[in-house]
Design a binder for this molecule. Structure first.
Ligand SMILES: [Zn+2]
Length: 136
């Protein structure tokens, strides 16, 4: 547990984020191993473990982590943002019934054709979200 905390603390410092106790707490939840979580899930987890952290602090911390490249925001829906601790380019399955986001290895998708880019632009990344439904 202490090792993980140290590792998360180092990770924050490497990205220029000052490791306050609350940032460490949120970082432990999200950065210790690959995961996808919404702000609401993070708040629920923290409340369940007895943390008095405020919603505003969680949202501010998630924004800060994203700005510093510690997390990636995946907009699975215009009103739903999921925070991803895997920040490299990769694709996702999104289960619209359960809200679960699962990684797809970039090597598992082959894009053979893309449209012409708008004039004066270059492609930065292509990341797909494949929406799935649970079979009933
Ligand atoms: Zn992911």
């Amino acid at each position: 547990m202490t090792d993980r905390r140290d590792e998360v603390e180092r990770q924050l410092r490497r990205h220029g984020v000052k490791p306050t106790p609350q940032r460490l707490e949120i970082g432990m939840l999200l950065l210790a191993e690959p995961c996808h979580m919404s702000a609401e899930q993070i708040i629920a987890h923290m409340r369940a473990s007895g943390s008095p952290v405020s919603k505003a602090t969680v949202y501010n911390t998630l924004n800060l982590f994203s700005r510093h490249g510690l997390l990636k925001e995946v907009a699975v829906h215009p009103s739903r943002l999921v925070y991803d601790s895997t920040t490299g380019i990769h694709h996702h399955f999104y289960n619209v019934d359960t809200g679960e986001l699962t990684d797809i290895d970039p090597g598992d998708i082959e894009l053979t054709r893309l449209p012409d880019l708008p004039p004066g632009t270059s492609a930065e990344s292509v990341e797909l979200i494949i929406r799935v439904r649970s079979r009933s």
